[in-house]
Design a protein around this ligand. Structure first.
Ligand code: OGA
Ligand code: ZN
Length: 396
């Protein structure tokens, strides 16, 4: 009998022989602050009473799907009077409260040992190199609108490769916003909810000239720079203006091997960025190489045109500047650099914390070049992806 009904008294002695494999699963002890239970994985795990009480299924409203139970106002700390197994449920009767909590063992197993909840959006990144252009994942925009499964594949490609190209974009001003909203809410910046890249008479940004734009990530002076960038090419008939892209993960992973000391500095010393004009004065400090919760490179924040004067210890700069330059030169190596000409009707979508982008100079009088851009945050993208591919906790 695997899921027997076994009652435990308060001193924790089971009525079953716990040395027998038949005792699994079993509650093996009721302590003062929590209980021990042997789960179907064969291991004994400890669970805290506050946690068990707070996460009783009855604590959550099926309507709002939020927790409606108030753990702050229990009269006394929660403590189990009895805990027993009924089928594949742990059933707890509480000592100072007329309440019964029933928790599936499989659910307990997903949190056993302080494990983080599985995240379907936590996908491994695949680094790419300069020859990647023919393999860039491409999606037709109307298909994304029509089909959620294709939309999920698009976002998955963004999570894994950080760069996709959309084709058959609507030739309208609204087309870009409508497309970005397939991923999440548009994230405004100090440029507003979108920006137009054309040559300006009085440019406030190097991008608004016909000059070359070195590899960079956008708006690093924002405290939280936007996560995903959309660049919708409406027309591109000029001479020059090649698009340049490189995968910051590919370069930083190689830098980690080639130059461990430099890598350490770029991941541990934040540097200042700025964006200043008459009505705004954005400032931030960022790590050039960003690591994720697993210690893996998740991306970069870099921009020579928006790097502020490094107000750091000058002795530290003896080491920092050379490392910064070694990395900056490495970013521009041909091995990593993907070059191509954007076509009208395409939209580049890329992770602004991972992919560096730039462009070659162009001749402003040789034709038209017009891009409209906007951003969505990474967390919105992940949220949309999870909702598309997983059952979640509350879906019927
Ligand atoms: C920008 C930018 C790229 C381009 O506006 O920040 O990188 O191709 N533009 O003009
Ligand atoms: Zn840019």
């Amino acid at each position: 009998m695997l899921h027997g009904r076994k009652q435990i008294n308060k001193r924790g002695s089971s009525m079953n022989d716990l040395s027998s494999p038949l005792a699994i699963p079993a509650v093996t002890g009721l302590g003062e602050k929590g209980l021990d239970i042997t789960l179907p994985d064969g291991k004994t795990h400890y669970f805290n009473y506050y946690w068990l009480r707070d996460n009783c299924p009855s604590s959550f409203s099926p309507v709002t799907r939020e927790r409606s139970f108030d753990i702050f106002h229990l009269d006394v700390p929660p403590r189990a009077k009895t805990a027993e197994l009924e089928g594949d449920m742990l059933v707890i009767r509480w000592q100072d409260e007329d309440h019964i909590t029933r928790l599936p063992l499989s659910w307990l197993e997903t949190y056993a040992g302080g494990k983080s909840r599985h995240d379907p959006a936590d996908l491994s990144r695949v680094a790419w190199f300069g020859d990647h252009y023919p393999s860039v994942p491409r999606f037709s925009q109307p298909e994304l609108v029509a089909d959620d499964a294709t939309r999920a594949k698009w976002i998955e490609a963004m999570l894994v490769h950080g760069f996709t190209i959309l084709t058959d974009m609507p030739d309208s001003d609204e087309g870009l916003t409508e497309t970005a909203e397939l991923m999440g809410c548009v994230r405004p910046t100090f440029f507003g909810t979108y920006f137009d890249v054309k040559t300006h008479i009085n440019p406030t940004n190097t991008a608004y000239t016909a000059g070359a734009l070195e590899l960079h990530t956008d708006t690093p002076a924002e405290e939280f720079a936007p996560g995903i960038q959309f660049l919708h090419c409406r027309v591109n008939t000029v001479e020059g203006g090649d698009s340049l892209y490189a995968d910051g993960v590919a370069v930083a992973n190689d830098f980690r091997q080639r130059d461990p000391e430099g890598f350490k500095l770029l991941t541990e010393v934040p540097i200042p960025f700025y964006c200043e004009h008459d009505t705004y004065d954005a400032r931030s400090r960022q790590y050039v190489i960003e690591l994720d919760q697993h210690g893996e490179v998740e991306g970069l924040t870099i921009s020579q045109h928006m790097a502020d004067i490094f107000d750091l210890d000058q002795k530290l700069l003896d080491d920092y500047y050379p490392a910064f330059c070694r990395f900056g030169r490495m970013l521009q190596e041909e091995k990593y650099m993907m070059r191509f000409l954007m076509k009208g009707g395409e939209c580049m979508v890329f992770d602004n914390h991972r992919i560096v982008h730039g462009r070659a100079a162009y001749t402003a009088t040789s034709g038209d070049r017009y891009l409209r851009g906007c951003y969505v945050d990474r967390s919105e993208m992940r949220s949309t992806y999870r909702a598309l591919v997983s059952e979640g906790r509350f879906k019927a």
